[in-house]
Design a protein around this ligand. Structure first.
Ligand SMILES: NC(=O)c1ccc[n+]([C@@H]2O[C@H](COP(=O)([O-])OP(=O)(O)OC[C@H]3O[C@@H](n4cnc5c(N)ncnc54)[C@H](O)[C@@H]3O)[C@@H](O)[C@H]2O)c1
Length: 443
């Protein structure tokens, strides 16, 4: 009989060989903004990939080669599906076929701002059910430090299999930036941390086979913390610049001009820009995973809380400024016709999750305004509280509006037309930089 040590060496060598020879079969659980591009990337580099999602419609669309993610074209998805390398299913029992499994499920916050890791738990339960010797499991979802070691590992070891000997486990944060044409899944360096040195080595081998570069760190907790540092860095810097914008508003200083001039410094300064608030599935959420976990260790994360307060006050500020702008032309918010330009959380993406434009829509509507929106990326919005459809951006719509609010600076918008036809504009993104007129109010 082989010792656990010899068994571990054999499992490790066998998986490494399969990865290097591209014969390893990879399962990606969660085919959203993160999972679908990752599945396509693995498939493109020659692996057989099985995408698993609980949403039937996504499984059907992937199987037809019909992409629902802006950064993945149907052409490239279709090519991988037709090649036979990429498949999708809702059947978790097919995890039995997988040599490597990557978990890319959502990690939202509960209403109390505590982490909701229920999707991770349910994916891990399925993995445990079908766990077999020689398998590599990697968590990619953004989450608090300790999730891999403290939550997933015990669930997998309950099967009787031992990490580092029988199976391998690691964390590798997904750092994709939707809409970014320069840095995508393939060329964003992949940070990887394993539970044991063998786990790290085999996870590094997997990502090296498909990604341009890999950064190995000493543990899963370090890898989990790396992602949270990156997103907290953004949230805090955006919070700082939003506060500077509020300050400049009181002092009648153009914050955009200040930032542009400050950015001329070739060292020690990095420009961040103010706006109507944070959105998306990362920056408004992830720092609270960290502050929640820090609290459990008796540490109060003050920067995170403060940035959260400043950033979440921005939609109110925009609504107040729209009220002021209307007041300056003897109109009230109540009864005014207001058009929001852009409801996606950032320019040129098709994602409206956590978008500040939704808060602004609700606040203006509650004040009695008639609000409509234009967004070429978001044809309709369905939330628990309302369901609205986008209108086409036309000269008539702009002329009829009492105020046009630029909430997202999509590059497809015709800013000349907007500046020419709208009677009053509140620009929360400095999209009309270069246009000078008293009718344009800027954040
Ligand atoms: N969107 C981004 O820009 C981005 C960037 C980096 C990291 N992340 C992180 O990556 C993770 C995934 O984010 P996303 O934006 O891809 O989410 P998403 O909502 O777009 O996709 C998640 C997918 O997982 C599926 N799913 C949910 N529970 C499941 C389960 N138990 N089993 C199988 N499938 C399940 C959903 O149906 C959905 O298709 C999150 O932790 C997020 O914070 C997101």
């Amino acid at each position: 009989m082989r010792t656990p040590h010899a068994r571990a060496d054999a499992a490790f060598e066998s998986l490494k060989k399969k990865i290097e020879g591209r014969t390893a079969r990879i399962a990606v659980i969660g085919l959203g903004y993160v999972g679908l591009p990752l599945a396509v990337e693995f498939s493109r580099s020659g692996f057989h990939v099985l995408g698993i999602d609980t949403e039937r419609e996504k499984v059907d669309r992937v199987s037809r080669g019909d992409s629902y993610i802006h950064d993945v074209s149907s052409e490239e998805l279709g090519r991988e599906v037709r090649s036979g390398r990429l498949e999708a299913t809702a059947d978790f029992s097919r995890l039995l076929e997988a040599d490597c499994v990557s978990i890319c499920v959502p990690t939202p916050l509960r209403k109390t701002r505590d982490p909701d890791v229920s999707s991770i738990v349910s994916a891990a339960k399925q993995i445990a059910k079908y766990l077999h010797r020689g398998e590599l499991v990697i968590l990619e979802s953004t989450t608090y430090p300790g999730t891999t070691d403290e939550l997933i590992l015990p669930m997998l070891e309950e099967t009787g299999l031992k990490v580092g000997n029988d199976f391998f486990l690691g964390f590798s944060p997904e750092r994709v930036d939707p809409g970014n044409k320069r840095f995508m899944t393939k060329n964003i360096p992949k940070v990887v941390g394993g539970v044991t040195p063998k786990c790290s080595k085999v996870a590094v081998a997997l990502y090296k086979s498909s990604m341009s570069s890999v950064v190995r760190v000493s543990s899963t907790k370090v890898a989990e913390m790396v992602k949270l540092l990156e997103n907290t860095f953004r949230s805090v810097n955006i919070g700082l610049v939003n506060e500077i914008a509020l300050m400049c508003d009181k002092m009648k200083i153009d914050v955009w001009e200040v930032i542009e001039a400050a950015a001329s410094k070739p060292f020690g300064f990095m420009p961040f820009y103010p706006g109507p608030g944070l959105g998306g599935h990362c920056i408004p959420i992830d720092p609270f995973y960290l502050s929640w976990k820090a609290k459990l260790s008796g540490f109060e994360a003050r920067f995170i809380e403060l940035a959260g307060q400043v950033n979440s006050s921005m939609p109110y500020h925009v609504v107040n400024k729209v009220g002021e702008a209307l007041n300056s032309v003897r109109k009230s918010v109540r009864g005014s016709c207001i058009v929001l330009l852009g409801v996606a959380y950032k320019a040129d993406v098709d994602d409206a999750r956590e978008s500040p434009a939704l808060d602004i829509y609700q606040m203006l509507t509650a004040l009695g305004a008639e609000v409509s929106y234009c967004d070429p990326y978001i044809p309709e919005i369905r939330t628990e509280r309302f369901h609205i459809k986008a209108k086409p951006l036309t000269a008539e719509l702009l002329e009829e509006a009492d105020c046009v609010v630029i909430t997202t600076a999509h590059s497809d918008f015709d800013y000349r037309l907007i500046a020419a036809k709208a009677g009053l504009i509140f620009d929360s993104r400095n999209a009309l930089k270069g246009f000078k007129s008293d009718k344009i109010w800027r954040l």
